[in-house]
Design a protein around this ligand. Structure first.
Ligand SMILES: NC(=O)c1ccc[n+]([C@@H]2O[C@H](COP(=O)([O-])OP(=O)(O)OC[C@H]3O[C@@H](n4cnc5c(N)ncnc54)[C@H](OP(=O)(O)O)[C@@H]3O)[C@@H](O)[C@H]2O)c1
Length: 248
């Protein structure tokens, strides 16, 4: 299938490693020009070099904290100046801490809202008007299967990621006439640094229907498809990459 991604321009946030990196690499391998960011400048430059070496594509890399609206605005402006358009935007960030309600402080709640909700709002605020001018766009959020079924010990993710799901559904209606399609992708257990905080790998895998966690590439494949020309009538969905986990 020709995904029609050659020469599309894509922002992938929080992409020095893990799921963000896998999505960026997947889009680059399909010919998209990239703009990637994360907080650590050295790590995002390393990621950009690895992607350039892999597929020779153009990659703009910037140190950006996605919880800071000023930094997000500057990044989006840089991308727009460098490429002249933004066709695809994937919002992503690190995950909130593993906590029960009992041991979650009000400061934890505020930080988690900044990280998991407002970071997405900032990208939507600055990127959607640019997509509207071009009457084409794919806006994707990365959350968690916690949106579809709450996970014990993850009260922050269970609560705040559902707000992202609500935002995605609302925006999908408001921007449909502009040919901007907006979806939320929900990873299940996937082999990244973040998974190390979730517990013992063998124990986790013993509970999963397929007996193993996903690879970052298996997750990224859905994002690449949803970002593509071929995903032309899918919007307002929260789609899991979790191989039946929540039904077991
Ligand atoms: N892996 C899983 O099993 C799984 C399952 C469900 C949900 N998720 C969610 O999916 C998202 C990505 O997870 P992952 O597994 O890829 O995590 P990861 O391997 O820990 O990578 C997180 C990435 O986000 C960047 N980042 C973190 N905070 C940031 C900030 N404030 N501003 C900009 N960049 C930031 C990090 O780079 P810097 O440190 O350089 O900023 C890094 O590149 C998280 O929200 C996670 O909770 C993951």
């Amino acid at each position: 299938m020709n995904l029609g991604l050659a020469n599309r321009t894509a922002i992938v946030a929080a992409s020095s490693q893990g799921l963000g990196y896998a999505i960026a690499l997947g889009l680059a391998r399909e010919g998209a020009r990239l703009a990637i960011c994360s907080r650590r400048g050295e790590e995002i430059e390393k990621a950009a070099d690895a992607i350039r070496k892999d597929c020779g594509t153009e990659v703009l890399a910037r140190p950006v904290d996605v919880t800071d609206s000023v930094q997000v605005e500057r990044f989006v402006n840089d991308v727009q100046s460098a490429y002249g358009r933004i066709d695809i935007c994937v919002t992503n960030a690190g995950g909130p801490p593993f906590r029960t309600f009992d041991n979650t402080s009000l400061e934890d709640w505020r930080k988690a809202v900044d990280l998991s909700l407002l970071s997405t709002v900032y990208f939507a605020h600055y990127v959607l008007p640019i997509m509207r001018r071009h009457q084409w766009g794919r806006f994707l959020t990365v959350t968690s299967v916690s949106v579809l079924k709450p996970i014990a010990g993850l009260v922050l993710s269970n609560s705040i990621r559902s707000a992202v799901d609500g935002l995605v559904k609302t925006l999908s209606v408001e921007y449909a006439k502009d040919n901007i399609l907006i979806n939320n992708i929900c990873p299940g257990y996937t082999a990244t640094e973040r998974l190390k905080q979730a517990g013992n790998l063998e124990e986790i895998e013993s509970r999963l229907p397929m007996g193993r966690v996903a690879t970052p590439e298996e997750f990224a494949n859905l994002a690449v498809f949803l970002a593509s020309e071929r995903a032309s009538y899918i919007s307002g969905e929260s789609i899991a990459v979790s191989a039946a986990t929540r039904w077991s």
